[in-house]
Write a protein that binds this ligand. Structure first.
Ligand SMILES: *[C@@H]1O[C@H](CO)[C@@H](O)[C@H](O)[C@H]1NC(C)=O
Ligand SMILES: *[C@@H]1O[C@H](CO)[C@@H](O)[C@H](O)[C@H]1NC(C)=O
Ligand SMILES: *[C@@H]1O[C@H](CO)[C@@H](O)[C@H](O)[C@H]1NC(C)=O
Ligand SMILES: *[C@@H]1O[C@H](CO)[C@@H](O)[C@H](O)[C@H]1NC(C)=O
Ligand SMILES: *[C@@H]1O[C@H](CO)[C@@H](O)[C@H](O)[C@H]1NC(C)=O
Length: 948
């Protein structure tokens, strides 16, 4: 059979070109900590391969994880010139280029960008590498349509990975579509990325592997010259050529990518040397196939410069289901859907800390020109960190790292905020009792009105400002303490300073205690929420009632594990309402349900204020071993195609697929942005504060994972599973929405970037915990308000950072209208990763690739509106700009470099203003300001005062 195919291929495609691309996949922690891997593996890999590049002129190498590379070059700075020169010669290529290889199911767009930017920043500033063309997501457990959208905007043309759903893989192979153009449209991306699904995981073919020499007895890899000769005796070039041929049908061109490597590869010099040497000999001796060493780019240049056209895929590749082959058939199909929710505590910690990282970056870069990097958060976007798929000691190592970053950010924010808000002028307030200092920051650059709270031991706290103006608050019992709620309007990126005093008794201006009843109906002027047995039953708005019939359910976890969630048996309804309290007052209604399940008590709170048409639901929960716990909802309004998932790029419609042995797990999805359920004539949204899994166990039913605690390891790599000791508290915003991107993004940003309440502690650090705040007795010296940006309604300032004395900022257009941007020479547009824009290749498209294995292709359901040209920021597009360092910057002038009108909300017209000024010590202080015409003068004068 083979010779015939051989001839066929040779005739139709010409001689095959095989590109050996040596690589090593380096997890930043998994079975061992990142430190351990660095010391025991990665540094040897880099030593050996840099040695090989010196010794063997044909050899090449690609590297992905910048966390490890930067660490290595910090320890061995003498290697830097070689890395730079090998890169220039095209023998050492950076692929991926992020700090780590981030997970795609649990990481939202800002986390993904931030970790990639950290890597790009390093290679650009330290190695002079200003372009990464190849996306390298070899290992993540399924691929989100967010990834190609983001990567295209980061200047990445090609995406390489290995893990795709097994039915889909079979289809791709049989139709020669293992390479396709992935074009899911999110974030207004246009070209798509060229996608390569690896043939053989990311390993070398077994007979060229250091590890697998069993099945066909190809023999162990050579460990010396004799070994190299033996390899030819046991194996042969002919057999390798046959292997190449037997794989060729899966791809369309006569080029074949052959990765040579695996996890933590090339750690031993002798095997490294003899393996590379063997490959050199193979390339010299083969006559039927052109074997040669290459970087990934060389392979893709060969593929993309051919005239071949490729099919276009528009969906996403979640969930991953893999096929096993041994044991009982029910164990064959592994849905990798558990890790969406495994170890929820690390997910919660990551999202909390990212919120501080973003606001920390904006404040420190714009105010004190400080480069602030949350490297540990970046590291923990790694696909074995935030995913919860690691051994226990590694888990604690990650938690410690994120906590360290969080403390660093609180210290830095504290220094900056205290500096910005303190004053020497004597305050008029004479305080009679000790007080604590409260800062509220609005992380959004538009005005918001929000109900906030602080938790104190007393039910009587007084919140007031420097002029002794009291903010009315309402206290609600909260465990052994009280939460005092207050409603406040903040301008965009505003910092407000208040003081808080606790009293042991009722006092003038103190929080007003709530009244208590046990009515399971909570409402305001916009929405009425009905509970039954303490759980959500229906929502009423505009005289229409929508039943959603909430229950708490659990699944056994005998078939599941840290990676996988298998609905082994139908879920059982759990939880008895033990206590129910409904607290009312002038600011909020809080309905508190204590739900008993076995020896645990879960606490649900529904918080409804007077001003919003949505509500907050918090849920405190812990899963004991052998429990996978969900909040389940039934809807009775729609059949088929009523459930949507939002991954912070695309809104995707999901269909229920009846479970079959080979379809298990197809109904569970990762939620980084939110879910939307179509209730006939209204759409109900749920937006969580941190990522989790959600799914459809039946048609008409959806459920959100609250906590999970598998009993066993699922034999997908970790080897042992010892559980999770941390409860979490979810905080979802729930309400009705229109099905359009502007509404979805508004709700999403409103919740994810809700105002943060901080308290001052010793050394001017901050805490979010009132009981840990420092109590002062001296006269407070604070300004009431600090604002450094004016409101802007459409352009969300996603980040503002300083790099090499230049300011780089990222803007997301959350409106349905284009933002026009007129450039002057002071600005440079960068790609989303912060590197110079490059010319993106156009791909030859041919037809549409339909995923026919099951319905859930995850195609984007809302078209992205196209703008009227290339200038400006299209609807739902994100762009990065750099303020160029040139002569203009050191003049203390204000220049309107970006202008133009858009039809913003309320018909106002907006401009983007750049204010430049020379600050102390010659450091340039630049503030990016968004000016509403209505209030421009105020804003600009303020800025000028601050700058002077
Ligand atoms: C060479 O390597 C082979 C295994 O590939 C081993 O059996 C043999 O002992 C080695 N010879 C020497 C001289 O080390
Ligand atoms: C590597 O090869 C050299 C030269 O053949 C030999 O002396 C040395 O023992 C080998 N090292 C290992 C770890 O096998
Ligand atoms: C804030 O920091 C600047 C620059 O370091 C310093 O000059 C100024 O005195 C500080 N202001 C306060 C109130 O500490
Ligand atoms: C306040 O006064 C102290 C002592 O005179 C001085 O060091 C500090 O810089 C002043 N801070 C501000 C914000 O003026
Ligand atoms: C501040 O306001 C509180 C509450 O209204 C009042 O009791 C107190 O006397 C005021 N303090 C001053 C110094 O005006």
């Amino acid at each position: 059979m083979l010779p015939f195919i051989w001839i066929l291929f040779t005739l139709t495609l010409g001689k095959m070109n095989v590109f050996f691309v040596p690589h090593s996949h380096n997890d930043a922690g998994w079975l061992e900590t990142a430190d351990w891997y660095y010391e025991n593996k990665v540094r040897h890999t880099l030593d050996n391969m840099l040695g090989i590049l010196n010794l063997i002129p044909e050899a090449k190498f690609v590297w992905a994880e910048i966390y490890f590379l930067s660490r290595y070059l910090q320890d061995y700075p003498e290697k830097k010139p070689q890395v730079i020169s090998m890169n220039k010669q095209g023998r050492f290529e950076i692929v991926g280029g992020g700090w780590v290889q981030h997970d795609e199911a649990t990481v939202d767009l800002e986390m993904a960008i931030r970790q990639t930017e950290a890597g790009f920043d390093y290679i650009s500033s330290e190695l002079g590498i200003n372009e990464v063309k190849i996306g390298w997501q070899l290992d993540p457990f399924g691929h989100s349509s967010l990834t190609p959208a983001l990567f295209e905007k980061m200047g990445i043309e090609v995406l390489v990975f290995s893990r795709v759903e097994y039915n889909f893989r079979t289809q791709l192979q049989n139709s020669s579509n293992m390479e396709f153009i992935w074009k899911p449209q999110g974030l207004n991306s246009e070209n798509g990325v060229f996608t390569h699904v690896l043939n053989n995981h990311y390993s070398s073919p077994s007979f060229l592997s250091l590890w697998f020499w069993d099945e066909h007895c190809y023999g162990q890899l050579p460990a010396n010259e004799t070994g190299v000769l033996n390899w030819y005796n046991i194996f042969s070039i002919q057999a390798l050529e046959d292997y190449v041929l037997s794989t060729a049908y899966k791809y369309k061109t006569n080029n074949q990518l052959m990765l040579i490597g695996d996890d933590f590869y090339y750690t031993d010099w002798n095997t490294t040397y003899y393996l590379i040497d063997l490959l050199v000999k193979i390339s010299e001796q083969s006559t039927n196939v052109n074997f040669k060493f290459a970087t990934a780019s060389e392979y893709f240049d060969a593929v993309l410069s051919s005239s071949t056209s490729f099919e276009v895929f528009g969906g996403d590749l979640m969930p991953l289901v893999s096929a096993g082959s041994s044991g009982h058939p029910s164990y064959w199909w592994k849905p990798w859907t558990g890790y969406y929710s495994t170890k929820p505590h690390i997910k919660q910690l990551m999202y909390n800390t990212q919120k501080f990282a973003r606001i920390g970056e904006i404040i420190s870069s714009s105010w004190s020109a400080t480069k602030l990097m949350a490297y540990e958060v970046d590291m923990c976007t790694h696909h074995d960190a935030i995913t919860g798929t690691m051994k226990e000691p590694v888990y604690y190592d990650y938690l410690q790292r994120i906590e360290n970053d969080q403390q660093m950010l609180l210290n830095e924010l504290g220094l900056q905020i205290n500096n910005l808000t303190s004053t020497n002028s004597t305050s008029s307030t004479e305080l009679m009792i000790p007080y604590k200092v409260l800062f509220i920051i609005n992380p959004l650059n538009w005005a918001v009105k929000k109900t906030l709270s602080l938790e104190a031991a007393s039910e009587y706290v007084r919140i007031f400002d420097t002029s002794n103006q009291t903010i009315i608050s309402q206290s609600v019992p909260y465990l052994d303490n009280y939460k005092s709620y207050f409603t406040y309007e903040l301008q965009g990126l505003q910092i407000k300073t208040f003081f808080v005093s606790e009293y042991a008794y009722k006092c003038d201006g103190c929080s007003i205690p709530s009244t208590l009843n046990n009515i399971q109906t909570i409402s305001n002027n916009y929405i009425t929420i009905e509970l039954t047995k303490g759980l959500l039953t229906s929502l009423k708005t505009q005289n229409m009632e929508y039943f959603i019939d909430g229950t708490i359910v659990r699944y056994d976890t005998y078939m599941s594990g840290p990676y996988s969630f298998v609905e082994d048996e139908p879920a059982e309804i759990i939880c008895e309402l033990e206590t129910f309290n409904h607290y009312s007052g002038s600011i909020v209604d809080v309905a508190e349900s204590y739900l008993r399940y076995d020896q645990d008590v879960f606490i649900q709170r529904i918080i409804v204020d007077k001003i919003t048409d949505s509500f907050i639901m918090t849920f405190y929960v812990y899963a004991e071993r052998n429990n996978d716990i969900f909040y389940r909802f039934h809807q009775i309004y729609k059949q088929k195609g009523w459930f949507y998932t939002f991954n912070t790029a695309n809104l995707q419609k999901r269909y229920f697929e009846p479970n079959a042995s080979n379809k298990t797990g197809h109904n569970y999805y990762p939620i980084t942005g939110g879910v939307v359920a179509d209730l006939g004539d209204k759409f109900l949204y749920f937006i969580p504060t941190f990522s989790l899994g959600a799914g459809m166990p039946f048609e008409n039913v959806f459920e959100l994972n609250l906590h999970r605690h598998p009993s066993y390891d699922d034999q997908l790599g970790i080897g042992s599973y010892s559980g999770d000791i941390y409860p979490v508290e979810h905080e979802w915003i729930i309400g009705f929405t229109d099905l359009n991107y502007q509404s979805i993004w508004d709700h999403f940003l409103d919740h994810r970037s809700s105002p943060i309440v901080f308290f001052n502690t010793f050394n001017n650090s901050l805490t979010t915990n009132f009981s840990l705040a420092t109590e002062y007795n001296t006269i407070p010296q604070y300004k009431n308000t600090y604002e450094f940006l004016n409101n802007f309604d459409c352009a969300y300032l996603s980040s503002l950072v300083i790099r090499n004395n230049s300011y780089i900022f990222r803007i997301f257009n959350k409106c349905n209208t284009q933002i026009k941007v007129d450039f002057t020479e002071d600005f440079e547009e960068l790609n989303l990763g912060g590197l110079p824009l490059n010319n993106m290749r156009k791909f030859n498209e041919q037809g549409y690739l339909e995923l026919i294995a099951y319905n859930n292709t995850g195609k984007n359901v809302l078209e992205y509106p196209k703008g009227d040209g290339n200038d400006g920021i299209m609807p739902y597009e994100m762009k990065t700009y750099k303020l160029k360092a040139n002569g203009i910057m050191d003049k203390n002038i204000m220049s309107e470099v970006v202008g133009g009108d858009i039809n913003g909300i309320n018909g106002l017209s907006y401009s983007m203003i750049i204010v430049c000024g020379a600050g102390v010590l010659g450091i340039l202080i630049v503030v990016v300001a968004f000016r509403a015409n209505k209030r421009d003068k105020i804003g600009l004068e303020q800025l000028k005062i601050e700058l002077d």
